[in-house]
Design a protein around this ligand. Structure first.
Ligand SMILES: [Mg+2]
Length: 129
C-alpha cells in the first residue's frame, strides 16, 4: 500500500534508492558527477512538457490526468537523483533544506520581498536607497 508524504521519511526513501541500486549493481555508476548530470537531465525532461506552451496551455495540460502523471513521474525521477546524490555525498537532506530555507529567509525578508519576484540582490538595492 503506497504511503503518503506525511507517512514517509526521507530516510525511508534513501533506503529504497539504495536497495534499487544495489539489486542492479549500479553503485559502480553512482558518482557525484554522473548523479548530478542525471539530476539535470531529469529536470530538463520535466521542462520538455512545458516547452513552447503558454501558462494557460500548461494549466490546461496539467488538467489532463495522463499528462499530470507524466509530470509526476519526471518529478519522481528528479527526486530519485536528489536522494541518490545526497546519499552518495552523505548529506542530511532535511538539515540542508532547512539551512537553505533559513538563508532564503534572510535574503528575502518579508518586509522587502512580499508580493515581489525580484532576486535578492535587487531587493537589497531597494533597501539601500
Ligand atoms: Mg525522466
Amino acid at each position: 500500500m503506497p504511503k503518503s508524504d506525511s507517512e514517509t521519511t526521507i530516510s525511508e526513501l534513501k533506503d529504497l534508492v539504495r536497495s534499487f541500486v544495489e539489486e542492479r549493481d549500479w553503485r559502480q555508476f553512482h558518482n557525484g558527477k554522473d548523479l548530478a548530470i542525471g539530476l539535470s537531465i531529469e529536470a530538463a525532461e520535466l521542462l520538455e512538457h512545458f516547452r513552447f506552451k503558454s501558462v494557460d496551455e500548461v494549466t490546461q495540460l496539467l488538467a489532463d490526468p495522463a499528462a499530470l502523471k507524466e509530470v509526476c513521474h519526471e518529478l519522481a525521477d528528479i527526486f530519485y537523483f536528489v536522494l541518490a546524490l545526497s546519499d552518495h555525498l552523505d548529506i542530511q537532506l532535511s538539515e540542508a533544506f532547512r539551512e537553505k530555507l533559513e538563508i532564503a529567509r534572510e535574503r528575502y525578508p518579508v518586509e522587502l520581498a512580499k508580493g515581489k519576484n525580484l532576486k535578492y540582490t535587487e531587493l537589497q538595492k531597494g533597501r539601500k536607497s
